[in-house]
Write a protein that binds this ligand. Structure first.
Ligand code: MLT
Length: 279
């Protein structure tokens, strides 16, 4: 079900599926995609979990608002969405930028989250070179437009295998990028460039954590995932084969298998829903 709701003074586009009484899992997409990138995971989990996906500010059909974008603002939006949907506690799953948001959210509001899944993300801030590259990207989008940016981006997002086996996903991701406004792309690139590191806070994360990464991810490579794994006590690390930066789309069978295994172990849905109509 696709809906909009006012959260943190913003009209947020979201979708929720699955039994209302079940444990809640919230998926946060990467940059510059939208909530539809989680379709295979929604399908895999919706029978047993209340699955929430949403478009981050400026992406998909969520408004841009008037404030400067930052990871902290995205965290306020997430908390605003949880409050608006009456979700006290949730399991968080974030990919790349979604992982930056999830990490910052759990460090700032540990009491609101029960488990964490981090995919293809990292805890470091941008290096000066990475910041410089983002500024060049902003300038290039202004001059050459979003389509050229989408074509360039797609080349780095997928593993070599996916270019022959996952063409529908590649087209879908390209479409998501192209439908993001120039303004949102620039605002978000500035937010990513300005984000603070979370590596020094990893030891504060005490909830069950699963870390996944595509074996061929060249944006946030397996080394970045290992760093998260070493920092988060008791975390599990899984390397998804035949996948680049988007293993949830490139190898959904393995990604979903690991996800379900982890959730079953740490966030088992209630066997019998203990509710009565009229309660
Ligand atoms: C993403 O997929 O969210 C981006 O690659 C994150 C980034 O550029 O740091």
């Amino acid at each position: 079900m696709n809906s909009t709701i006012l959260a943190n003074h913003l009209s947020v586009n979201y979708s929720e599926e699955g039994p209302y009484e079940s444990p809640v899992i919230i998926f946060i997409h990467g940059f510059p995609f939208n909530k539809s990138m989680w379709k295979p995971q929604v399908e895999a989990l919706k029978d047993s979990y209340r699955v929430i996906t949403y478009d981050v500010r400026g992406h998909g059909d969520t408004e841009t608002g008037n404030e400067d974008f930052s990871i902290e603002l995205f965290v306020s939006d997430l908390l605003g969405l949880m409050d608006a949907l009456n979700v006290q506690n949730a399991i968080l799953c974030g990919l790349s930028m979604g992982g930056y948001i999830a990490l910052r959210a759990i460090v700032a509001h540990p009491e609101r989250f029960d488990a964490l899944i981090l995919s293809d993300t990292q805890c470091i801030a941008d290096t000066p070179e990475a910041r410089e590259k983002r500024m060049k990207t902003i300038a290039s989008i202004k001059v050459n437009g979003v389509k050229k940016y989408a074509d360039e981006s797609v080349k780095n997002l997928f593993s070599p295998e996916s270019f022959t086996t996952k063409q529908a996903s590649i087209l879908a991701i390209r479409k998501m990028i192209v439908s993001t406004s120039r303004q949102s792309l620039s605002y978000t690139l500035l937010a990513l460039a300005g984000r603070k590191e979370t590596c020094s806070s990893l030891s504060k994360i005490v909830v069950p954590t699963l870390i996944m990464v595509g074996n061929n991810d060249i944006i946030t490579p397996p080394a970045a995932a290992r760093m998260l794994h070493e920092g988060i006590h008791g975390s599990l690390l899984h390397i998804v084969q035949q996948a680049g930066h988007l293993p949830n789309l490139e190898n959904p069978d393995d990604f979903n298998f690991q996800l379900k295994l982890f959730l079953h172990r740490f966030a088992k849905p209630p066997a019998v829903l203990n509710t009565t109509v009229g309660d």
